[in-house]
Ligand binder design. Structure first.
Ligand code: URP
Ligand code: ZN
Ligand code: ZN
Length: 487
């Protein structure tokens, strides 16, 4: 057996989405080249002893917003330097943020702009999803097919937000492109007209504090849009992935769709496990820190989300990191004064805390086996977005992206100890029992438990394959057949 490893991680309790086993992990030129017992070191081999520790694949955070251009004066607090530094220190080695098309702009222009923001700054590996907000014939027929060919194989569409939302006809057109060219479609499902209607009525009677954000987007708003998204995808006969699912009513729709045999994937996020509407109701505008969409709901809904994570309804657990400073007039205090809820920038930071929150509260409490944690935080996202098996697993040939865990030791989340540039965390003071002791990106230590050791610009851009999971069903099972439509 070869001894010319650059690095051996010894005595790992290695977890994949399928297995948990003890082994040494041999790494050569950034990739895993051996898994075995008592691997032999060569003259230049470095060693890390992971005795007694779980080792999982580096996290794949497949839903995060980093340096995404906003309508001025709104500005995201994290650029690629701070966002990916924070990811590395929290055990995430691959991020997939969004190149967002502005109306009137092409998607290619958005991708070019986003590369300028990311390339040379990211310290973990990165791919891009696209956001399509203006599906012109040029975008649908020329730009998207060309971008999919070049490794941008997923896009998000919005059913709400004035500057992003698509109508049903536009959604159908976009789903058709995804079906024809093999892309994965992510959908933000909230009924925009219902939100506007409720918002106007709340504001008309002076209800403008952050907590009314939640009341302007109650569960039926998400339930209706979830059902509609599923139905539109059924008509086109294409898989979809519903992002940031917040509670029971949307979950019910997804279970119904699965029961019908539809290929509907679902993602949820820490804010729907660890925050509630009470956090939105904190006094003195503090609730603004937790304004995100869909909003955090109540304890009963949290339990339904936990159940869905454990029983396999959700395949992805991502952060939806959307970093806006709290004490900043280009962030939550837009314009220098506390704004009414519809004008508070939406989103919470979470890149660095995502993995440890689920490890501590999911694995160490016994709610889920570590294999499921791996599936939810790394493997499934890599598969769904065309990065597997290079990312998301511990296997021979995969990139040596690893997290060595410090587990069973108390860790208190404090914003001052985090590495993002956002001025708060919604999880301030929360006690965990786990934190990454070490993160390796392609065999290099980027976090040693105390210090960020990564390199600005050390992250590589990843071209995504067409995801297997985005493939429509075989024709004989397809609804399109009954409609006598050609493929
Ligand atoms: O409130 C949220 N989720 N902000 C980020 C943008 C989005 O819709 O994912
Ligand atoms: Zn969204
Ligand atoms: Zn998002």
């Amino acid at each position: 057996m070869s001894t010319d490893f650059d690095l051996i991680v010894r005595n790992a309790r290695a977890a994949t989405a399928a297995d948990l086993f003890s082994c040494d992990i041999g790494i050569t030129a950034g990739r895993i080249t051996a898994l075995g017992e008592r691997l032999q070191a060569g003259p230049g081999t470095r060693e890390i002893d992971a005795a007694g520790r779980f080792v999982t694949p580096g996290g794949v955070d497949s839903h995060c917003h980093i340096d995404q251009p906003m309508l001025p004066p709104i500005r995201m607090a994290d650029d690629f330097e701070s966002g990916t530094r924070s990811a590395a220190c929290g055990g995430t080695t691959t991020v997939i943020p969004f190149a967002a098309q502005q109306r009137g702009q092409g998607v290619q222009a958005a991708v070019d702009d986003y590369h300028r923001r990311a390339d040379g700054k990211a310290s973990v590996d990165y791919a891009f999803h696209l956001i399509v907000s203006d599906p012109t014939p040029e975008v649908l027929n020329t730009e998207l097919p060309a971008l999919i060919d070049r490794g941008y194989t997923s896009f998000k569409l919005y059913m709400t937000y004035e500057d992003m939302k698509l109508d049903d006809r536009q959604i159908l057109e976009l789903l058709e492109v995804a079906r024809r060219h093999g892309a994965m479609v992510m959908i933000h499902a909230e009924n925009t007209d219902a939100i506007t209607y409720l918002t106007e009525r709340l504001l008309a009677v002076g209800k403008s504090e952050p907590r009314y954000h939640g009341l302007s987007r109650p569960s039926p708003v998400e339930r209706e849009a979830t059902h509609r998204a599923i139905t539109l995808a059924e008509l086109v006969d294409v898989p979809i992935l519903l992002v940031h699912v917040s509670g029971a009513e949307a979950v019910e729709q997804i279970r119904w769709a699965r029961g019908k045999g539809l290929n509907v994937q679902a993602e949820t996020c820490p804010q729907y496990l660890f925050l509630t509407q009470d956090d939105l109701a904190l006094p003195n505008f503090l609730g603004a820190r937790c304004v995100c969409s869909p909003p955090p709901r109540d304890k009963a809904n949290q339990q339904v989300i936990w159940d869905g994570l454990v029983d396999g309804l959700f395949s992805v657990f991502s952060s939806d990191h959307a970093p806006f400073n709290y004490d900043d007039d280009s962030g939550k205090r837009l314009g220098g004064r506390p704004p009414a809820f519809p004008y508070i920038p939406n989103g919470v930071p979470g890149l660095e805390t995502r993995m440890a929150l689920l490890f501590s509260e999911g694995v160490l409490t016994g709610r889920m086996p570590i294999q499921q944690f791996v599936a939810l935080t790394a493997t499934n996202a890599a598969r769904l977005y065309g990065l597997y098996p290079r990312k998301g697993t511990i296997a021979i040939g995969s990139d040596a992206d690893l997290v060595i865990w410090n587990s069973g030791t108390p860790y208190t989340i404090r914003n001052e100890a985090l590495h993002h540039a956002t001025d708060y965390t919604p999880y301030e003071g929360r006690e965990l029992q786990a934190w990454p002791a070490m993160t390796l990106l392609r065999g290099e230590v980027v976090w040693d438990g105390e210090r960020f050791l990564g390199r600005v610009g050390g992250g590589e851009f990843l071209r995504c394959e067409r995801p297997e999971a985005a493939r429509p069903r075989p024709r004989e099972q397809s609804w399109r057949r009954w409609m006598e439509l050609e493929d």
